[in-house]
Design a protein around this ligand. Structure first.
Ligand code: FAD
Length: 407
């Protein structure tokens, strides 16, 4: 794709180099914005436990509840984007089987979206558990982040390693970057401590996984029926011949140390689900590549995606435009393109004169959206705005809670 000729000169600074920050950077740069990503952890820091993105599975398996239309919309749009990336080799098509409570399976909303969707019986040993099978996608998180990073660089996005204390700093001179016209806050768990945001509803959901060499495993299985308490069993094959095995959903747990006893439980449960994890069919021959821990950046009340004018406590007559995009918890990859599109709409609303919006719909934007929902579609009713820092934002989407995760 050619680098767009900048249709305007506004500078957007994105705080956060995880999948949400970088997907947003690509989305904004494709529309001609000048974009700088400033982050403590950059997308290629694949060994850093300071952010969630390198540690994801990652597949597409909905976390949106039956009535969470905002998240469904993000997941649906992202599914289509990831599906279109299959020919690139960065995303893989794969059959997936999910086991949940009977109600959890009934509530699955994506029968129209994911090919080959069908209901299947649950394991006979687990009454009350039902299954669904469909075709989905997976990716190797570190490789995919590298691909996004390269895509962003090719579009002219700058990356700066920098930790900010406040959402206001990027608007000030002397930060070694051009002053921002607007900031996107994609700091994940960092939103808890970032001044101007300081969101106490942000919390980690700890996940532990084991990566194995398993080129013969071509199917994803997810036992999310709650029978292992805060733990679960899932196998996600990746495009590189490895598979990632999980896992757990430990709400509020900040510990990034590896629990090797849990690692052993993960291996045993996943081997029960599919013996082909071992090249010989014997448990002891499973080829473990590594054990991982990652903290999913969740938020009580659901992800926050909204525009806010935030008053600068240091200089009372100033307020700065910020679009928040954090707190997506266990679903950042499968929501990434949908969230980025909503961020773009909010950025456009604030930074673009009406005349250039019209210009965009008739030029490159039409090409971008040809195979997707038009970008001019209204933002979800749950994508809220507050124009004053004194107005408290009230969450409108269901909490991503352990219950939501495990049903
Ligand atoms: C084990 C596990 C399995 C998962 N599986 C899946 C899956 O199958 N599918 C899926 O969709 N998702 C999955 N996820 C969830 C996914 O990883 C997250 O939703 C996603 O990575 C969140 O991305 P993010 O960009 O919001 O946050 P993060 O990746 O945490 O990035 C936050 C960024 O903000 C930066 N930052 C924070 N504070 C500051 C500051 N003050 N100044 C500057 N920079 C700052 C950080 O350095 C980092 O760059 C999984 C996660 C885990 C742990």
């Amino acid at each position: 794709m050619p680098v767009p000729t900048s249709s305007h000169t506004q500078h957007v600074v994105i705080l956060g180099g995880g999948v949400i920050g970088v997907t947003t950077a690509v989305t904004l740069a494709r529309q001609g914005y000048k974009v700088t990503v400033c982050a403590r952890d950059l997308p290629t820091d694949s060994e850093s436990t300071g952010f969630a993105s390198p540690w994801a599975g990652a597949n597409w398996a909905t976390f949106a509840t039956k009535f969470d239309y905002r998240m469904q919309r993000w997941e649906e749009y992202t599914f289509k984007q990831l599906w279109n990336l299959i020919p690139s080799g960065h995303v893989m098509e794969l059959p997936i089987t999910v086991y949940k409570s009977e109600q959890g399976i009934k509530d699955l909303w994506h029968k129209h979206l994911t090919p080959n969707f069908r209901n299947i019986p649950g394991p006979s040993s687990k009454p009350g558990v039902a299954g669904a099978a469909f075709t989905s996608v997976s990716l190797s998180a570190p490789d995919y982040l590298g691909h996004l990073h390269q895509t962003a660089l090719a579009l002219g996005v700058s990356f700066v390693r920098k930790s900010f204390k406040s959402v206001h700093e990027p608007f000030q001179p002397g930060q070694n970057i051009p002053a921002a016209d607007l900031v996107v806050n994609a700091t994940g768990l960092g939103a808890r401590k970032l001044d101007g945001c300081n969101d106490p509803q942000v919390m980690p959901i700890r996940g532990q996984t084991v990566v194995v060499d398993a080129p013969n495993v071509k199917e994803c299985i997810m036992a999310l029926d709650g029978s292992y308490g805060s733990e679960s069993a899932y196998i996600i094959p990746r495009p590189n011949g490895q598979a990632i095995l999980g896992g757990c959903f430990q709400v509020g747990n900040w510990n990034t140390d590896i629990d090797y006893d849990m690692g052993q439980r993960i291996l045993e449960r996943c081997f029960e689900l599919n013996n082909a994890l071992s090249p010989t069919g014997k448990f002891e021959d499973i080829k473990v590549v590594r054990h991982n821990v990652g903290l999913r950046p969740a938020r009580e009340g659901g992800a926050r995606l909204e525009f806010e004018m935030i008053e600068d406590a240091e200089s009372f007559d100033e307020a700065h435009p910020v679009v928040h995009a954090y707190g997506i918890g266990p679903a950042g990859y499968q929501c990434s393109w949908g969230m980025a599109r909503d961020v773009l709409n909010l950025v456009d609303d604030h930074l673009k004169p009406a005349s250039s919006l019209e210009m965009l719909t008739s030029t490159d934007n039409v090409k971008q959206s040809a195979t997707t929902t038009p970008r001019s579609c209204p933002v979800a009713p749950t994508t809220t705005r507050s124009r004053s820092s004194s107005q408290r934002w009230i969450p409108q989407s269901p909490i991503i809670s352990p219950q939501t995760v495990l049903i």
